[in-house]
Design a protein around this ligand. Structure first.
Ligand code: PEP
Ligand code: MG
Length: 325
């Protein structure tokens, strides 16, 4: 059974009625890109760039970052590579940043908030990304966006970085899709405002669940309450997809929820356009997509959205699509 799933992993993920979904890989290290291709991934949906900052005694320089990004892009060829800008602090502490102690790091100076306070560090990364973008199919993704000013400031810094590169005669590409992570509840509620300024959304369910349900994602005492099928989470995903569709931009998902094959009918039914996950999960999710028929989805989703508990949704899923794996 496992061998058959593996053999099918290089076929496209297409529903029974022929609608094709990109299934992408999440990576942290450049060398993981090989595993994404081996497992049949259609591209990189999330390149977490923290490692180059966490594994060293000091901030990495522009050339080192550029080399890292270019390594990934070179292997992926024309396939999309989604580079997420730095998401440090929170649960990813950097020990050479002094005075970084926070009582509540998940609610602290994390990700885009940190980068906008340290524009020089941020611009170094943006320059490396724009340079690498000249070599492939790059998208840029901004984590922890909670309001439009953060998007505006990021766009200003991107323009500034591109202008400098231009003046210095350094090869680069400014015209690349800009997306934001949807992982803070305010971004869902204000998605209509955010959609005006960006080219795509990518839902980060790990943090969206944490912040919506007030569940520390690393706390085992509340791990049982970390429920992707909670009605509040399903409604937030639905709102994000609905707003995006209305505004003409796609919605992707790169949180762990995307890696659960059993959830695929719900995610497609809610309107998620592309899924990204740890490479090992790609063949199973592709297989799950092949068993879905869009003509059944409307009735199924009506039933799902009428459920009041995660258990009820899970039971309906198991009844309709088979047991939870
Ligand atoms: C998420 O929050 O779902 C996500 C994909 O980002 P990270 O796990 O890196 O916070
Ligand atoms: Mg996150």
């Amino acid at each position: 059974q496992k061998a058959m799933v593996a053999r099918r992993s290089h076929l496209p993920a297409q529903t029974r009625d022929g609608s094709r979904i990109s299934v992408m890989g999440n990576i942290e290290l450049p060398e993981e890109v090989v595993s994404v291709l081996d497992h049949g991934g259609d591209g990189i949906g999330l390149y977490r760039t923290e490692f180059q900052y966490l594994s060293r005694p000091d901030f990495p320089g522009e050339d080192m970052l550029f080399d890292n990004y270019k390594d990934v892009i070179d292997v992926m060829g024309t396939r999309p590579v989604t580079i997420r800008t730095l998401d440090i602090n929170g649960d990813k502490a950097v020990n050479y940043i002094r005075d970084s102690h926070e009582l509540n790091p998940a609610l602290g100076l994390r990700a885009i908030r940190y980068c906008l306070q340290k524009p020089e560090i941020f611009k170094t990364q943006l320059r490396a990304i724009l340079r690498a973008a000249a070599f492939g199919n790059v998208r840029i993704l901004i984590p922890m966006i909670s309001g439009i000013e953060e998007v505006d400031q990021t766009i200003r810094l991107l323009d500034e970085a591109a202008r400098c590169l231009e003046q210095q005669g350094v090869a680069h590409k400014r015209d690349i899709p800009l997306g934001i992570m949807i992982e803070v509840p305010s971004a869902v509620v204000a998605a209509d405002i955010l959609a005006e300024k960006v080219d795509f959304f990518s839902i980060g369910t790990n943090d969206l669940i944490q912040y919506t349900l007030a569940i520390d994602r690393g706390n085992r005492h509340v791990a049982h309450l970390h429920q992707p099928l909670h009605p509040a989470i399903l409604r937030m995903i639905k709102r994000t997809c609905d707003v995006a569709r209305e505004k003409g931009i796609p919605t992707y998902m790169c949180g762990e929820m995307a890696a659960e094959p059993l959830y695929a009918p719900i995610l497609l039914g809610l309107g998620v356009d592309e899924l990204s996950m740890n490479p090992q999960a790609i063949p199973l999710v592709k297989d799950a997509i092949r068993s879905i028929d869009s003509k059944d989805i409307d009735d199924f989703m009506n039933a799902v959205m009428g459920m009041t508990t995660p258990d009820a949704v899970e039971a309906l899923l198991a009844e309709t699509y088979g047991a939870v794996v």
